[in-house]
Design a binder for this molecule. Structure first.
Ligand SMILES: [Zn+2]
Length: 323
């Protein structure tokens, strides 16, 4: 059975896995990214890792990178985070030159959505929207098994949909982006502010206890931990962030009419504590009711491997093998 090597280019490590047509991981390895060594050295290390992980039946390479590699040519269009000279670098042509294998690349968030479509929470779904809840909010859309890229590969920036025309300024230049209100970073910031300003309720809360009485220690994980243990104060805080999040997600659901909405990233690990709240607010008044009724709202299931599984999928696509 043919297999491919999937690669995930991260800020700290390059991870690789050999994956067969059934999506089974046959081998794994990783190496340090050493971003400061420059894109040529990073690509050479990546190729070396591929050669280590590949087998006799390996037919191609799929790479997930930060930024926006051109999905047709595999040339890095924008600078990948922390790698100084990555913009314009012909990543896939270079990997092919060294390894002799065809290579495809895409943004790591897009590939996470494709991975969830192939083998995860959105298996075989018609139209999938992914929201990755971390420091920011990443977005991706998969339609009939194909990543939707937009006119210049800049589409599906779901975190930068504005939910308040006069709201908090976002580094992207837009006011009131949903990631300023519904990301894990925003949950932590709001909790720290509320605890610091808080009166009796704040000090009596389990969240206060979990922070050891130091508001500066609050973050999204502690908020979710407190909610899980029944803390009403933390529950009310999280309600607000999840309603903001649902407002952004609802706008995008109205635009795409998806069959499945996946919440991924660190904050979605809290499961129904977050996903259930978002679903409730969407159903109440944040999405057009018939569109909401037709969509499953679920947590991602592949975790850190989603991007690798998606990268394997584009490697098979690139090699012309139907899986
Ligand atoms: Zn923004």
């Amino acid at each position: 059975m043919p297999d491919v090597v999937a690669v995930d280019l991260g800020g700290t490590n390059i991870r690789a896995a050999r994956v067969n047509e059934r999506g089974e991981v046959l081998a794994r390895d990783k190496t340090a990214t050493l971003a400061e060594s420059g894109m040529g050295a990073v690509a050479a290390r990546m190729a070396e890792l591929v050669n280590k992980v590949r087998g006799p039946e390996t037919i191609g390479i799929g790479v997930g990178t930060p930024g926006t590699p051109d999905p047709d040519t595999g040339v890095m269009k924008s600078r990948a985070v922390n790698i100084p000279d990555s913009q314009g670098y012909p990543l896939c042509p270079e990997l092919t030159r060294i390894t002799g294998l065809p290579a495809g690349a895409d943004n790591d968030g897009n590939l996470a959505a494709l991975g969830e479509y192939w083998l995860g929470a959105a298996r075989g779904e018609h139209i999938v929207l992914l929201f990755t809840l971390g420091t920011g909010i990443g977005g991706a859309c998969v339609i009939d098994g194909h990543v939707y890229h937009g006119h210049s590969n800049l589409g599906t920036e779901f975190g930068h949909v504005s939910i308040d025309y006069n709201g908090r300024p976002c580094p992207c230049g837009v006011l009131g982006c949903v990631e300023q209100y519904g990301s894990a970073a925003a949950v932590g910031r709001d909790a720290r502010e509320a605890l610091a300003a808080g009166g009796k309720d704040a000090r009596a809360s389990l969240l206060w206890k979990l922070c050891g009485g130091d508001p500066a220690k609050a973050d999204a994980k502690l908020v979710c931990d407190a909610v899980r243990d029944g803390d009403a104060y933390a529950g009310a805080l999280l309600d607000r962030n999840c309603d903001y999040l649902a407002t952004g997600i609802g706008a995008l659901m109205n635009a795409f009419n998806p069959s499945c909405v996946i919440l991924g990233g660190g904050m979605a690990l809290a499961g129904e504590i977050v996903v259930g709240r978002v679903r409730t607010f969407l159903g109440k008044n944040r999405a057009y009711a018939p569109i909401f009724k037709d969509a499953r709202i679920v947590a991602a299931t592949l975790g850190d491997d989603a991007g690798l599984i998606g990268a394997a999928r584009i490697a098979f696509d690139k090699a012309g093998v139907k899986v």
